[in-house]
Design a protein around this ligand. Structure first.
Ligand code: ZN
Length: 236
């Protein structure tokens, strides 16, 4: 039995569907945890890699470890499908608390970016976003102006400190043989699973409400197996 009740699934669907895009992965994690009666740190304050690792673990518990993904070949646009086994996607290394970069006069300490950091940077100007992120995450005073080489080194160090923040899949096109790296977006995949499940459920509610005049709450109180039988009997 799934640890997420059907009414809670619909609440997750409501809450995440209206969340701004950059915050959506964190809202999804918070909403699922709340729906399952679990508590945790606010997801928008977690390093992105830790947030995504938690989403992978929830995806395994709610929908299993097998996952079908699709992408388009960048060369010939062919659709490439692959089956992922989330059990095999173990963390490369536990995230570090801090990223360290040597700079003139000492060491720069940075904390791995959170969803909140990324949303704030994306809300700002399109140019200089990496520098804006480095400025937000730096725990030590930065030289002014900030040398581009230091921004680059800090960006690399942040990536190494939180490797799960960007899980990359290597794909190969079966038609033209092109191989390329594609980012694995667990939040988008899990949101797709939630959308499918919620729409299936809402369709059932619609058919049963139309046929029998029951309310949504009354329909969700009927066990799924019995509901499906009503749908069959009614030819719905
Ligand atoms: Zn191709």
């Amino acid at each position: 039995m799934t640890p997420l009740a059907e009414s809670a699934l619909l609440e997750v669907w409501d809450r995440v569907g209206t969340a701004p895009q950059p915050l959506r992965p964190a809202v999804l994690l918070d909403a699922l945890r709340a729906g399952m009666g679990e508590v945790g740190d606010p997801a928008d304050s977690l390093p992105v890699g830790r947030r995504d690792r938690a989403l992978i673990e929830l995806r395994q518990r709610l929908f299993g470890s097998r996952m079908r993904c699709a992408a388009n070949c960048p060369r010939c646009a062919a659709r490439v499908e692959l089956d992922l086994d989330l059990d095999r996607m173990q963390a490369e290394a536990p995230p570090a608390e801090l990223a360290l970069v040597r700079m003139k006069g000492g060491t720069l300490r940075l904390r791995p970016p959170t969803t909140r950091d990324i949303a704030r940077v994306l809300a700002g100007p399109a140019s200089g976003r990496v520098e804006a992120l480095v400025r937000r995450c730096a725990l030590d005073p930065l030289p002014d102006p900030l040398p581009p080489a230091l921004v680059e080194a800090a960006s690399v160090a942040l990536h190494e400190a939180d490797p799960d923040a960007e899980i990359v899949l290597t794909l190969t096109c079966p038609d033209c043989g092109t191989a390329w790296d594609a980012p694995f977006d667990i939040a988008a995949c899990l949101w797709g699973d939630i959308l499918l499940a919620a729409r299936r459920l809402l369709r059932e509610v619609h058919h049963l409400a139309t046929a029998y005049g029951w309310s949504e709450a009354e329909i969700l109180a009927v066990p799924p197996r019995r509901r499906r039988e009503y749908l069959l009997i009614g030819g719905l």
